[in-house]
Write a protein that binds this ligand. Structure first.
Ligand code: UDP
Length: 388
């Protein structure tokens, strides 16, 4: 038995993604002893990035991650662990062979309808095409989208893409997923409105290495296979895995959307001319193609080489990425939340444990807030979970 098999810790953190790494870092900084256990063979959760072969191209293994936030506090915190480049995310989408800009903006509308509207004309133009005939309180993604942009834009850019992505009709999805994207009557085509935005210059993994500096991390550990052992070795456990798994699926399984990637190396300087190209039509089986070299304009890459990654969507509750959050899921989740409150020793946090479609900055905000409360015993001031 080696030393770490018996040593006790103030906190054992299950999962080395953003929630786990931030919590562990905060606990260590507050003078507590911490051990992190991680199921995969690497740290960083779905933010993990690595250089691909000899290309010097940093690839985000689990899909392109763009850091963005309006929170001063989150921005200051994350800058302790990395420098960011000045990348501003712009997304393009291909519909019937033509390329448009996303989110829907004046350029998208003018090109799609072959018109030359000015910003003040957009609202009436869209209204005349069926938007605003909306049901007052839209109850799902489709109703919300048609109410905002009319049926034609919805069918061209959202319906097929969303069906491919989520594997169900947009009528079965909540309005909150549509609300993630702004609709603009200007030519402004940045994907996010946030004040701070960028990609870590060395990729995402070094952030985790620095956050976890001096903290023991055991990789390749399936916590659930030996739950009592780990619980017995700490005063408090921080669990960031899927919440239903923690409770042995006692009230049933929560639904997750998963993704799968096909990576190709090309002897080309540039494959598609942009970092992310969405494919809106259902006759194309993938949802988007990522070309990560475009995330780092500041960096030189191996000449005449690029990497393109096709993303396919699938339902796979064993490889969770995005909470589906349908009606049945919400009912199941409420039961797990009750079980959590009877479970004083464990803190639940992050996308998987909270079953929330968090972005990175929101996870950091949530981890800072829960860590502050836990480590000081008081509610933090001010609350720092960014809502957008
Ligand atoms: N969406 C769409 N068409 C697009 C981009 C997004 O229909 O070209 C919808 C889709 O349902 C998606 C949601 O908007 O799940 C939110 O998009 P976002 O880019 O935030 O998704 P993520 O990057 O987190 O996968």
């Amino acid at each position: 038995m080696n030393r770490s098999d018996t040593q006790r810790f103030d906190y054992i953190v299950v999962g080395s993604g953003l929630f786990g790494a931030v919590f562990a870092q905060q606990a260590k900084e507050a003078g507590r002893s911490v051990l992190v256990v991680e199921q995969r063979d690497h740290i960083g959760g779905n933010c993990y990035s690595h250089d691909f072969e000899d290309t010097n191209i940093n690839v985000h293994k689990y899909g392109t991650h763009i850091f963005h936030t309006n929170s001063e506090e989150v921005w200051r915190y994350v800058n302790r662990f990395t420098e960011f480049n000045r990348y501003q995310h712009r997304v393009l989408t291909t519909h019937r062979g033509d390329v448009y800009s996303m989110p829907v903006n004046l350029g998208t509308i003018n090109r799609f309808f072959g018109v030359n509207l000015e910003p003040r004309e957009v609202e009436d133009f869209i209204a005349a095409r069926g938007a605003r005939d909306r049901i007052e309180n839209p109850s799902n993604f489709e109703e919300k989208a048609i109410g905002m942009i009319g049926r034609e834009l919805y069918e061209a850019f959202f319906k097929g893409y969303t069906m491919k992505q989520w594997g169900c009709s947009p009528t079965e999805l909540p309005t909150s997923i549509f609300n993630r994207l702004p609709i603009r009557t200007s030519y402004h085509d940045s994907y996010f409105n946030d004040r701070y935005q960028g990609i870590p210059v060395g990729g995402f993994t070094p952030i985790f290495e620095r956050m976890l500096e001096g903290i023991p991390v055991e990789t390749g550990v399936d916590f659930m296979a030996d739950r009592e052992h780990w619980l017995g070795r700490c005063d408090k456990l921080v669990y960031t895995g899927p919440v239903d798994r923690y409770f042995d699926y006692e009230h049933g399984r929560l639904n997750w959307r998963s993704v799968r990637f096909e990576i190709e190396r090309h002897d080309l300087e540039d494959f598609q001319g942009t970092s992310v190209m969405n494919y809106a039509d259902t006759d194309i089986p993938y949802t988007r193609i990522h070309e990560p070299k475009h995330l780092h304009l500041e960096k030189s890459h191996t000449p005449n080489t690029t990497v393109a990654i096709r993303e396919y969507s699938l339902r796979d509750n064993d490889r969770p990425y995005y909470p589906v959050n349908g009606e049945a899921d919400r009912a199941i989740l409420a039961k797990y939340r009750e079980m959590e409150s009877a479970c004083g020793k464990t803190i639940f946090g992050g996308r998987l444990a909270e079953y929330k479609y968090y972005d990175m900055h929101q996870v950091i905000g949530s981890a800072l807030q829960k860590a502050a409360k836990e480590l000081s015993g008081r509610e933090p001031r001010p609350a720092v979970i960014p809502t957008t």
